[in-house]
Structure formats: C-alpha cells, structure tokens
Design a protein around this ligand. Structure first.
Ligand SMILES: Nc1ncnc2c1ncn2[C@@H]1O[C@H](COP(=O)(O)OP(=O)(O)OP(=O)(O)O)[C@@H](O)[C@H]1O
Length: 253
C-alpha cells in the first residue's frame, strides 16, 4: 500500500461487507462475513476448497447477490443492477467473460464502450501492451491458451481504471513469465485496492498486506502480513483451518 493511499483516514473503506451470507439451497457458501478493506490495501482471501472465497468475490463483483447482509464499495451500497457501482470494480474470475467471436482488441473495445472509457482506442492498445498482448490484438480469444485468456481477462478488468481489482486465483495456470508479468502489472496498480484469492501461500504472502482466512463460509482470521513470513503465515493458516499435522496433505481440503 502507498503512503498516499493510507493518508486519508476519513475516506470510506474501498470494500466493506456487513454480515454477508450466501445460501445455495442447503449449502451456506458464505456465512455472516464482515470485513473492511481500506483504499490501497492488497488483501488475500485464503481458504481450502469450498471455503466460500469465489462466492464472496463474485458477490463483491456484483455477479452474485447476497442472501442477506450488505456490501459497500467506496461508501456506496452495492445494489443489484446499479452499474455505476459495478464500474468501480474490475474482476477476473474463473469464467473469462470474453467473447470468442470478437478479436482481443474488439473484446476490449466492446467493454470500453460499455463503460464509457475516454479515448477508448488508445486505452485499449495501452492495456493490451501492458499485459503483453500487443502482438495478438487481431487474434481471437477462442484460440488462446489458458494463460493468454487470463491476460486478456486482466486487460478487460483494468481497462476502465477501476478503484478495486478482484482477482480469483490469478496465478492458477500461469507460467513463470506470466506470473512475473502479473506482478509487474499489479505493481503498477499499487495505489488501488486489490482483493485476490489464491491457494499459493508464498505468492499470496509476497503480494498481500493482509490475509483473510475463510473456512466453511466463515471468516476465521484476519492477519496483518506486514511483518509475517510465508512460513509463519502457513503455520497460522494451518492452525486456523485445523490442518496442523505438518504435512501438506489436506492443506486445500
Ligand atoms: N452456483 C452454486 N450453486 C450451488 N452451490 C454453489 C454454487 N457456487 C458455490 N457453491 C457451493 O458453495 C461453497 C463455496 O464454494 P466456493 O466456490 O465459493 O468456494 P472456494 O473457496 O472458492 O473454493 P475453491 O478453492 O475450490 O475454488 C461450496 O460448497 C460450493 O459447492
């Protein structure tokens, strides 16, 4: 987080959830979760498979509606269908939300027009360059590898200069170079707010200021990562989710 981002204590939280719950039939995917993320913070959501991380992120992105509880983004309550608030977030989820019958450039242009981005042609080229897709602007994402699709999804998420970037498993399926590129892109985003989910404890600790540990839909721990090593966090994480036998088995149960 930058010093500037921290310097206004009166600024509303970038993201705030109050007692947010999401029920799917008999499954309570997210169970009374409350937390706040301040402007400029990078926060990791950690937890085993099925903990509720993606569901939480999807609700923050307005892609799923809470069963109860409230979400505010920059002080404005997230109301279904309110596209003004949705514009403040950029999201990369497991679903790429790309159109396979539009080229990479056309995909971005469509999104730019939807969000009323200024000088859209130049902005699309700049963002495609930023994710190293400058040489593939006329290609179709249907023919892209997983990693290339992810880069284009990231470009789409960044295009409208969102205040908050939501990334679901950003490192999954990326090669070393793409991971390094993602780090560079996120470095350039340092004054904004980032919320990401990951099973990669090392990279997550390296990137995040804070960790929220979620298990069985509930927020179990809120850890300041400022002075915490990856090893120390892993110990805390294992203890929190009840996997404390020293083996990797079950870490992502
Ligand atoms: N659309 C849905 N319909 C029914 N159940 C769902 C739906 N989405 C998620 N769930 C259930 O909600 C729970 C939380 O799932 P979620 O995908 O949020 O977990 P996660 O922490 O992101 O897991 P992973 O690390 O495996 O991605 C799981 O039990 C899952 O089966």
């Amino acid at each position: 987080m930058t010093a500037d981002a921290r310097s206004d204590p009166t600024a509303p939280s970038a993201v705030r959830t109050d007692d947010v719950t999401k029920v799917y039939g008999r499954v309570t995917a997210v169970d009374g979760v409350s937390f706040a993320v301040e402007p400029g913070e990078t926060v990791g959501l950690f937890g085993p498979n099925g903990a509720g991380k993606s569901t939480l992120l999807r609700m923050l992105a307005g892609l799923a509606r809470p069963s109860s509880g409230t979400i505010t983004l920059g002080g404005a309550e997230l109301v279904p269908g309110d596209h003004g608030v949705h514009r403040t977030v950029g999201v990369v989820t497991h679903e790429s939300m790309l159109y396979d019958d539009l080229s990479a450039r056309e995909n971005l242009r469509f999104h730019a027009d939807l969000h009323g981005v200024d000088d859209p042609a130049a902005r699309c080229e700049a963002v495609l360059d930023a994710v190293n897709l400058g040489g593939r602007t006329s290609q179709y994402p249907g023919a892209f590898s997983h990693g290339l699709r992810k880069r284009l999804s990231l470009a789409r998420a960044l295009l409208h200069r969102p205040d908050v970037l939501l990334l679901d498993e950003p490192y999954a399926g990326l090669d070393q170079r793409s991971v390094a590129d993602l780090a560079t892109i996120l470095d350039g985003f340092d004054d904004r707010t980032v919320l990401l989910t990951t099973h990669d404890l090392d990279r997550g600790v390296g990137r995040c200021d804070r960790a929220l540990v979620v298990d069985r839909g509930r927020l179990r721990a809120d850890v300041d990562l400022g002075e915490t090593s990856a090893a120390a966090f892993e110990t805390t994480y294992r203890r929190t989710i009840g996997v404390d036998n020293g083996s990797n088995e079950g870490l992502d149960r």
